[in-house]
Design a protein around this ligand. Structure first.
Ligand code: ASP
Length: 584
């Protein structure tokens, strides 16, 4: 037997027991005639003591131990004279009587401590060592608990977990596919699923009624802090449901996770129509931990000789509480912020409503104190507040103002990681127009159903059609999204034609689905949660990478495995592939 106990479980109540532990040497320090060793495993750290006076040979053996050696130790539990209140085993230590080195270790390239001295790249290269660190391991433990609780909730609600294939044909979710060449079918490729969307819909046609899968999805997109080329979804689909049923079940899942994992009771989630989300927050995933909603003031700004406002389609303001004292420098910083190419505003107008009631703005030349007073009333500003204003084309400006709002929220400490605000954004538009390509795209995906009352608009004004589609948003992060699907092959055909597919193209790509719909497809709908994002919110992480065991870096590389990599000529030949790279 390698061990009788783990390194995290022994307490003062175990005094005088003889135990055997196994684990890694976190650190060893000499103190007079004694050697103290912190022995670590997944469960915690226990202090070992080797005493020169009790056993000199053993002590000599212990003196050779290095960091991260794997050892087995037998000894008796004693009370520590110098207790460590920071760890659960801090009241006791093991007076060692036997030591076996199970495996020595080279000195690790960085310290395996909560705060490591290793940089990002180094820790990624040696990810298996990084994973020994408690905070990193804790994220994966949390992930396990969330996945486990999810399975339990869905199982209780009669969902069946069904595996769908990873080698499939292309699924159009708007991103690029990862493809895999087929040796047995020369010149042909599988695609890795961007999601099991069409397959889960086919399972509904099969009568599975309630499906889920915790499943890897693959999208060849540019990477960001909240995006990885492969990521995990909690993918779900239900039959004989309306939007309301789905929102209830999955609001239930979210509340269940918060309760079981964090012991937080969440109130019911507000439902915000997409149009209002854009109008009030300039985002379809608003961070509702704080207010600072937009106020449109175009009507108050026009006709006073300020051409910039006069010519703008939209003039929007946010009221920033208590910031009238912002200095010139701080305002300049904000102006620089909104002018960054990623945001793209042309400038920023401000009004300071000083504590003494006086008004000072960057457009005093055009607006009298009486004019500004009206802005104050409409934005409900109080003395001491700062009003920030952007103008331009409506949608673009709302997005810019949305970024500024988030920035102000962050500066004012209103985005507290320990506060959780969940909401549903509903009534998304069905379609989105791409000015460059001159055509409509499905905002969610082409299987999303229009609101029945909006179906006639598909002919006359497709851009105005609302979908039975919804997103779940927590603290400004889109954690999940889904829709009620089209289950009628005629309507599905119509949808493909609005999206610019010819009948032949639609048949070639989605014939299997449209055919299936001819054989008694039930009304159905579903949702998918991004598990990585969900876990990072629970863990308070800035990047989803930290809750993935072996993540890829921002160039999509696994630096530990050195993937992707070139493959042997024979492999290429077998697949009839020729690589020709453009000259640099
Ligand atoms: N397949 C969709 C997605 O990955 C989710 C859904 O509609 O259920 O976003």
């Amino acid at each position: 037997m390698y061990r009788t106990n783990t390194c995290g479980e022994l307490r003062i109540t175990n005094l005088n027991q003889e135990v055997t532990l196994a684990g890694w040497v976190q650190k060893a320090r000499k103190f007079g005639g004694m050697i103290f060793v912190d022995l670590r495993d997944r469960y915690g750290i226990t202090q070992l003591v080797f005493n020169q006076e009790i056993d000199a040979a053993l002590c000599e053996q212990a003196a050779k131990l290095g960091r991260e050696w794997v050892v087995q130790v037998t000894g008796k539990i004693a009370e520590r004279s110098n207790k460590n209140p920071n760890i659960p085993t801090g009241d006791i230590e093991i007076i060692a009587s036997k030591l076996t080195v199970l495996n020595p270790s080279e000195t690790p390239p960085f310290t395996i401590e909560d705060e490591s001295d290793g940089g990002d790249d180094l820790r990624m290269k040696y990810r298996y060592l990084d994973l020994r660190r408690t905070p990193v391991r804790a994220n994966l433990e949390l992930r396990h608990r969330m996945a486990f609780a999810t399975r339990s909730y869905l199982n209780e609600n009669r969902f069946l977990e069904v595996e769908t294939p990873v080698l499939i044909g292309s699924t159009p979710e708007g991103a690029r596919d990862f493809v895999v060449p087929s040796r047995m079918n020369p010149g042909e490729f599988y695609a890795l699923p961007q999601s099991p969307q069409t397959l889960k819909q086919l399972l509904m046609v099969s009568g599975f009624d309630r499906y889920f899968q915790i499943v890897k999805c693959f999208r060849d997109e540019d990477l960001r802090a909240d995006r990885q080329p492969e990521f995990t979804q909690i993918d779900c689909e239900m039959s004989f449901v309306e939007q309301e049923d789905i929102l209830n079940i999955f609001e239930g899942l979210t509340k269940y996770l918060f309760k079981t994992i964090k012991n937080i009771d969440l109130p019911d989630f507000p439902r915000l129509p997409y149009a209002d989300a854009m109008k009030l927050y300039g985002s379809d995933k608003p961070d509702t931990r704080f207010g600072m909603q937009f106020v449109e003031i175009k009507d108050l700004t026009t006709g006073k000789g300020f051409g910039v406002f006069d010519g703008a389609e939209y003039v929007g303001a946010i009221r920033v509480e208590g910031c009238a004292s912002y200095t010139r420098k701080q305002i300049d910083e904000l102006t620089e912020f909104v002018k960054r190419p990623q945001i793209g505003a042309k400038g920023l107008v401000y009004v300071r409503y000083d504590a003494d009631g006086s008004l000072k703005s960057s457009v005093d030349k055009f607006y009298s104190p009486e004019d500004l007073q009206k802005w104050v009333e409409k934005t409900e500003a109080k003395p001491g507040d700062l009003i920030l204003i952007l103008c331009g084309v409506t949608e673009k400006t709302q997005k810019q103002l949305g970024e500024l709002r988030l920035e102000m929220g962050a500066r004012l400490g209103l985005r507290d990681k320990n506060q959780y605000n969940c909401l549903w954004v509903v009534d998304f538009p069905l379609l989105e127009y791409d000015e460059e390509l001159n055509r409509y795209f499905a905002k969610h995906h082409p299987f999303t159903g229009p609101k029945p009352e909006d179906i006639p608009l598909l002919e006359t004004n497709p851009g105005a059609v609302r979908a039975n589609a919804y997103d779940i948003v927590i603290n400004g992060v889109e954690v999940g999204g889904g829709s009620i699907r089209i289950h009628n092959s005629e309507l599905q055909k119509k949808m493909f034609s609005v999206l610019g597919f010819s009948d032949e193209q639609a048949q070639a790509q989605f014939g299997f689905l449209m055919n299936a719909f001819k054989y008694g497809a039930p009304p159905h709908g579903g949702i998918a949660f991004g598990l990585d994002r969900f876990v990072s919110i629970f863990a308070g992480l800035d990047s989803i990478r930290d809750c993935i065991a072996f993540p890829k870096n921002n160039s999509g590389r696994d630096v530990m495995l050195d993937a992707p990599s070139v493959i042997a000529q024979e492999q290429l030949d077998e697949l009839y592939l020729k690589i020709e790279l453009p000259e640099k």
